[in-house]
Design a protein around this ligand. Structure first.
Ligand SMILES: *[C@@H]1O[C@H](CO)[C@@H](O)[C@H](O)[C@H]1NC(C)=O
Ligand SMILES: *[C@@H]1O[C@H](CO)[C@@H](O)[C@H](O)[C@H]1NC(C)=O
Ligand SMILES: *[C@@H]1O[C@H](CO)[C@@H](O)[C@H](O)[C@H]1NC(C)=O
Ligand SMILES: *[C@@H]1O[C@H](CO)[C@@H](O)[C@H](O)[C@H]1NC(C)=O
Ligand SMILES: *[C@@H]1O[C@H](CO)[C@@H](O)[C@H](O)[C@H]1NC(C)=O
Ligand SMILES: *[C@@H]1O[C@H](CO)[C@@H](O)[C@H](O)[C@H]1NC(C)=O
Ligand SMILES: *[C@@H]1O[C@H](CO)[C@@H](O)[C@H](O)[C@H]1NC(C)=O
Ligand SMILES: *[C@@H]1O[C@H](CO)[C@@H](O)[C@H](O)[C@H]1NC(C)=O
Ligand SMILES: *[C@@H]1O[C@H](CO)[C@@H](O)[C@H](O)[C@H]1NC(C)=O
Ligand SMILES: *[C@@H]1O[C@H](CO)[C@@H](O)[C@H](O)[C@H]1NC(C)=O
Ligand SMILES: *[C@@H]1O[C@H](CO)[C@@H](O)[C@H](O)[C@H]1NC(C)=O
Length: 848
């Protein structure tokens, strides 16, 4: 047993030595968890890397090297990454990429090398084109480099599946189809913003599919040379900005962009006076006009007078304090109006005419109070965004006409009460977002008239009191997020369809020393699938083992600072379908196998920020992992052990073995596994070698050499005896000692003795005749051998079966040759020494 495990350990070490770089143990990178196990997403961002790490799994599908100090990509750096789909080397110091650096990436769809120092791209950087590599590449990001020449991007434009090229923020001074040796490109989206463009010219029909083009912030105010409108027949989205571009150029552009439906004009306030919006709104296809960032302080009657065909209008970020009463008159096809991020102090009356408007954004303004007629007649409104204003009270009359409203976003306001809020309209409200308000309490009846609610977010900065039965009418509610003060099952009465519940417990307002969750808190939530509890726990909590009772269909549980110690082993017996469990900052010290026994479907386990003794997970303290715990997590796919000072010793060998041999769990370690392997294997090798040698020796000695040891002692004595005798010159008493088995005695006495002693006169020593009675048998044998010149062994079947006889052979051989030789090597002996074979020799007794 013992030496078997020793052998096993050293075999394992041999394996580890042969294969020291384990692909799942990435030192400088991490592998992200993904629901789709086939997505191997490797993140090496923000790690001060000077080169591409060499331990990236060959099957990575996403590789993110953002924000490091990589200066160049060699041909081999990314070799073999044939499964890569997304590659980001953003925000590094790249100045050179070897030819063919991406040649192996037949499946690469997106390549982003933005924000580097590339001055030029080598001619064959996309080598493999001819071999039809990089055929999948759709998106190339070169933003914020130092590229000058259009010729650099030719190989990219030739990619067969090119969809998007971002060449913005470089040093291109022209975009000129004549300098492109391209007959036709499949490019759909082009970002060329932020270049010092002097000229933009397309004189040939090489971009027939171009749909979207960003030419904002082209600081040199380019000339536009597109002689034939049909060259841009597919263009639907166009972004322009700045008064560097002359008004006449704008006019030319807008008049040739006949198919544009989305137009963004920013920083062009001066050109408004000349009627730029009027020209824009003449574009026959235009529906979506974006006038964000234009310093329109007050929207006047004339700016949009020609824009009656617009369906989406954005006037965000204009420092606007008001809209004239009739500024939006005529825009009666409007489907979306965005006037967020301005300085509006109230809902502008200009919107009142927009009786068909479905979406209105008034986010991030200065609105302090909502009047009862603010949304009058907006009966078609479906989404209303009022977040980040200064609204403190919501009166019921405000929403009177909003019978079709589906979504109301009033996040980030100082609303403290909801009494009377939902008394009129809103009977079709599905989503209510109220995060970051200042609620004091929720009472029964508040939500009586919004029975269609599906999703309700009431997270507040501080906890508020939730009266029993507050949500009683919300039978359809599926998602609820609250900031509670305590937890009782009656809080959730009526929520029979709730699928997802998140509860925050900020500790700011109450300094209770004991909080009791003694008993099941979720008995009223039979459909719950996801439960998240985030506690800001500053006091002792008592959580009963059946706190989760009733949550039979729960699939995901996330707690933070909720459990104050390892949950009771019965805790999860109530949630047999759990697949994802996060017990974060919960003082979990010893997650026993029993704890996971009742949840065999667990797929993701996060025990971060706990105090584990032997199970080491992200940001914990200790060092050894008992791998048997993983038996109880048969569905585990991903194990994150980042930030742990893993020890390099034999106590982890079982875990390492598990890591090595399990082929379903992706293990993430950040220690230097290679040098650790060295340490651990050296120590384990030495100790296991010692164990093996000792064990083998012990069992060998036990099995085979016990007698030999005894004999060795006697041999030693015999050696002394022999020497003494020789010194004394004592002559041999006998000519030969006859060693034989008792069963052969008859033959010895009848056949051998008469011939050798009788006829030939030799003096033989026979044990039955010449051994001294009373002397130990070993001593007798030794004496006999040493007082004889030769030894005659009568070797028969019975002789070989007798232990004494075989000892005699050995003694005889050792006595003569001083060589160690096991008795079963008789054959060897027989080969070397003279022997007679009876009965063949029996026919010729003369040979005696
Ligand atoms: C990726 O490779 C690693 C190591 O070679 C392996 O453990 C893992 O199962 C592979 N993942 C996929 C999705 O092929
Ligand atoms: C890993 O990152 C460290 C710095 O955090 C760096 O010194 C080391 O060279 C990196 N290893 C590889 C293989 O890039
Ligand atoms: C590319 O840029 C490097 C350094 O910026 C320069 O040495 C090299 O000559 C350039 N190659 C071409 C073809 O312009
Ligand atoms: C462009 O088309 C011409 C004539 O059809 C052809 O000779 C030339 O090789 C093509 N160029 C490229 C870069 O495909
Ligand atoms: C514009 O280009 C299209 C397609 O190349 C061509 O059919 C048409 O004749 C051109 N029109 C003019 C006025 O050149
Ligand atoms: C309307 O506002 C725009 C932009 O602020 C301005 O350029 C234009 O002159 C104004 N028109 C009138 C009639 O005031
Ligand atoms: C609005 O669209 C209609 C029909 O598509 C068109 O006849 C009309 O000229 C357009 N109005 C403007 C100002 O472009
Ligand atoms: C609310 O319900 C809990 C039981 O869930 C009960 O102990 C408590 O007394 C109730 N509170 C009120 C005010 O009825
Ligand atoms: C809670 O305790 C903190 C610090 O011990 C104290 O500053 C705060 O005033 C207390 N709050 C209440 C409501 O007692
Ligand atoms: C964790 O346990 C320690 C000591 O047992 C206690 O002081 C601390 O408050 C506990 N932390 C949490 C989050 O319960
Ligand atoms: C690992 O845990 C199992 C089950 O709790 C236990 O029997 C075993 O002794 C542990 N192994 C070590 C090395 O502690």
């Amino acid at each position: 047993m013992l030496h078997q495990s020793g052998v096993f350990v050293s075999l394992l070490l041999v394996l580890l030595h042969i294969n020291p770089s384990l692909p799942y143990a990435l030192k400088n990178c991490s592998v992200q968890f993904s629901v789709n196990v086939r997505d191997v997403s490797v993140t090496c961002s923000d790690r001060d890397l000077a080169a591409v790490p060499d331990d990236i799994p060959r099957n990575a599908s996403t590789l993110d090297l953002t924000n490091n100090h990589i200066q160049m990509i060699n041909r081999r750096d990314l070799g073999g990454l044939s499964k890569l789909v997304y590659l980001q080397i953003v925000l590094n110091s790249l100045s050179h990429i070897d030819d063919g650096a991406f040649a192996d990436m037949g499946e690469l769809r997106e390549l982003d090398v933005s924000r580097n120092s590339l001055r030029n791209l080598t001619a064959n950087i996309f080598q493999g084109l001819s071999k039809l590599n990089l055929v999948s590449l759709q998106k190339v990001g070169l933003n914020s480099n130092n590229l000058h020449q259009m010729s650099e991007i030719v190989p990219i434009l030739l990619l067969p599946n090119l969809y998007e090229l971002d060449a913005g923020m470089n040093m291109f001074s022209s975009f000129d189809s004549d300098s492109l040796h391209v007959n036709k490109s499949n490019l759909r989206r082009l970002f060329f913003n932020g270049n010092p463009l002097k000229e933009f010219s397309i004189r040939r029909d090489i971009f027939p599919d171009l749909q979207y083009m960003d030419l904002t912030k082209c600081s040199d105010g380019f000339e536009w040379k597109v002689p034939n409108k049909t060259f841009l027949r597919s263009l639907t989205g166009l972004l322009l900005s700045g008064t560097e571009i002359r008004f006449e150029t704008y006019r030319t552009i807008l008049q040739s962009a006949e198919s544009v439906t989305y137009l963004w004009l920013s920083y062009v306030k001066e050109w408004f006076d000349k009627g730029l919006t009027d020209i824009a709104c003449q574009i026959p296809a235009l529906t979506n006009l974006d006038l964000t960032f234009n310093d329109i302080l007050v929207l006047n009657d004339t700016l949009l007078q020609m824009c009656s065909n617009i369906t989406e209008l954005a006037l965000a970020s204009n420092q606007m304090t008001g809209l004239s009463q009739i500024s939006l008159r005529g825009l009666n096809q409007l489907e979306q109006l965005r006037i967020g991020f301005n300085f509006l102090a109230s809902v502008p009356p200009a919107i009142r005419g927009l009786s068909t408007l479905p979406v209105l954004l008034l986010t991030s303004n200065d609105i302090g109070e909502l009047g009862c007629s603010d949304f009058l007649k907006l009966t078609r409104l479906m989404q209303l965004f009022l977040s980040n204003n200064r609204i403190s009270k919501l009166r019921g009359c405000v929403f009177r006409d909003l019978n079709n409203l589906r979504l109301l976003d009033i996040e980030g306001n100082p609303i403290f009460s909801l009494s009377d809020t939902f008394t009129g309209g809103l009977q079709n409200l599905r989503i209510l977002l109220m995060r970051g308000n200042d609620l004091k309490q929720l009472e029964k009846g508040y939500f009586e008239s919004v029975p269609m609610l599906l999703s309700l977010d009431l997270v507040s900065l501080s906890s508020y009191y939730v009266e029993n039965g507050t949500f009683e009418e919300l039978h359809r509610l599926e998602s609820l997020i609250i900031t509670a003060f305590t937890l009782t099952k009656d809080m959730f009465r009526g929520l029979r369809n709730l699928k997802s519940l998140t509860i925050y417990f900020p500790a700011s307002l109450n300094n209770m020393t004991n909080q009791l969750f003694d008993g099941p808190a979720f008995l009223n939530l039979p459909s719950l699938r996801e439960l998240t509890i985030k506690h800001n726990n500053r006091y002792t909590m008592v959580i009963s083992p059946d706190v989760l009772r009733g949550l039979r269909y729960l699939q995901s549980l996330e707690t933070e600072k909720f459990f104050t110690t390892t949950p009771h082993p019965d805790t999860f017996t109530f949630t047999p379908l759990l697949t994802s469990l996060k017990l974060i900052s919960s003082n979990v010290s010893l997650p026993t196998p029993e704890l996971f026994g009742p949840i065999p479907n667990l797929q993701a386990l996060d025990l971060s920020k706990n105090k584990l003794c032997w199970l080491k997970l992200r940001e914990n303290e200790l060092t050894v992992i008992n791998e048997t715990v993983f038996q109880y997590l048969p569905a585990l796919r991903y194990l994150d052990l980042f930030g742990n000072p893993f020890t390099c010793d034999c106590s982890n060998i079982g875990f390492i073995q598990w890591v090595k041999h399990n082929n379903q769990v992706q293990v993430l370690l950040d220690f230097d596994i290679q040098s650790c392997w060295m340490d651990i294997s050296f120590i384990c090798f030495i100790s296991s070698t010692c164990i093996i040698v000792l064990t083998l020796l012990t069992s060998f000695i036990y099995h085979f050499l016990m007698w030999q040891l005894v004999y060795a002692l006697h041999l030693f004595l015999a050696f002394l005896y022999d020497n003494r005798k020789r010194k004394k010159g004592i002559l041999c008493q006998y000519d030969a000692f006859v060693s034989y088995n008792v069963r052969d005695e008859e033959w010895v006495c009848r056949e051998m003795l008469p011939v050798l002693e009788g006829e030939q006169g030799w003096r033989l020593c026979l044990h039955h005749r010449d051994f001294q009675p009373g002397k130990p048998i070993i001593e007798n044998i030794t004496d006999a051998i040493y007082s004889s010149r030769k030894t005659i062994c009568v070797i028969s079947r019975s002789y070989l079966q007798s232990e004494w006889c075989s000892r005699e052979i050995q003694m005889a051989r050792w006595g003569r040759s001083w060589q160690l030789s096991p008795y079963y090597r008789m054959r060897k002996l027989v080969k070397k020494r003279t022997y007679l074979s009876w009965p063949r020799a029996g026919q010729h007794p003369g040979v005696f």
